[in-house]
Design a protein around this ligand. Structure first.
Ligand SMILES: Nc1ncnc2c1ncn2[C@@H]1O[C@H](COP(=O)(O)OP(=O)(O)O)[C@@H](O)[C@H]1O
Ligand SMILES: *[C@@H]1O[C@H](CO)[C@@H](O)[C@H](O)[C@H]1NC(C)=O
Ligand SMILES: *[C@@H]1O[C@H](CO)[C@@H](O)[C@H](O)[C@H]1NC(C)=O
Length: 238
């Protein structure tokens, strides 16, 4: 794996933890039930029996936090090389967050690093520790800036769309995971449209986002390249 030059020195990691402290009020514990039950009353019986419901479909209900923590620690330790500190911090952040029944904010993890340092790889492991189907889980949503939001002129459309998606998905499952890749290439306006979801609001229009997990990936290389290009451009103009 030639990309892993100096172990431990590969990543600059900025990890932002949004509030793990003791909580004010709980998020509505039956958000999921309500969202699903709205569609067909015949389902209500099933949904009130989580086990049975989960038997038929992948379930938004969390795996027990200690189990998530163990799996996460194991898998990060076994599969990810040269990132001990990063792994440790992520395990702590995620397990602390899951163990808190009333978080005041969603968990936001921000990973910076050069291309190929394993940012997506780590996100995948985090997703798999919560949901067996990992990135394919219906509760895990991945957005790649250049793929999902490529056109500058459609930014306001993307904003609406993204907010609708986040709202819809969190109302279906409070413990949704959103992964944003290529944050460095994301339009500032679009980043702004995500921000309200990361704040301390108890709820927005009746939906609480406090149990959701947001993972932001940005490419250190691209940042540098953009900076250099900008510098060059500025100097050239003068
Ligand atoms: N620290 C690491 N430990 C183990 N494998 C890694 C590591 N960094 C990268 N890889 C491997 O390289 C591949 C590409 O990494 P990726 O997560 O896509 O990088 P990034 O998202 O940072 O651009 C991964 O699928 C993984 O197999
Ligand atoms: C961008 O927006 C314009 C007008 O709002 C629309 O016609 C076009 O199809 C959109 N393009 C994409 C790729 O969404
Ligand atoms: C959830 O997000 C996906 C994109 O990952 C989107 O296609 C889907 O419509 C969203 N669901 C809801 C209910 O908004």
């Amino acid at each position: 794996m030639k990309l892993l030059r100096a172990p431990g020195a590969v990543w600059g990691l900025a990890l932002v933890l949004w509030q793990l402290g003791p909580a004010a009020r709980a998020m509505d514990p039956i958000t999921m039930g309500i969202a699903l039950a709205g569609t067909a009353s015949a389902l209500t019986g099933l949904i009130s029996l989580p086990r049975l419901y989960c038997y038929f479909a992948e379930c938004c209900l969390e795996r027990p936090p200690p189990q998530v923590g163990r799996d996460l620690k194991d898998n990060l330790g076994k599969k990810v090389f040269g990132q001990h500190l990063v792994s440790e911090v992520i395990v702590k952040a995620v397990t602390g967050f899951l163990a808190n029944p009333n978080p005041k904010k969603p968990l936001a993890l921000s990973l910076h690093g050069w291309t190929g340092t394993g940012k997506n790889f780590v996100s995948k492991i985090v997703a798999e520790s919560l949901y067996d189907e990992g990135l394919k889980s219906r509760y895990v949503h991945q957005f790649v800036s250049t793929l999902h939001f490529p056109h500058q002129q459609n930014i306001s459309h993307y904003k609406d769309q993204l907010q609708t998606w986040i709202r819809g998905n969190v109302s279906a499952c409070g413990r949704s995971i959103f992964i944003f890749d290529e944050m460095d290439k994301m339009h500032a306006g679009l980043i702004d449209s995500i921000k309200p979801f990361l704040e301390y609001y108890e709820e927005i229009d009746g939906i609480s986002y406090r149990k959701a997990i947001f993972i932001f990936l940005s490419n250190a290389g691209a940042e540098r390249i953009t900076e250099v290009a900008l510098d060059y451009w500025k100097r050239g103009k003068k």
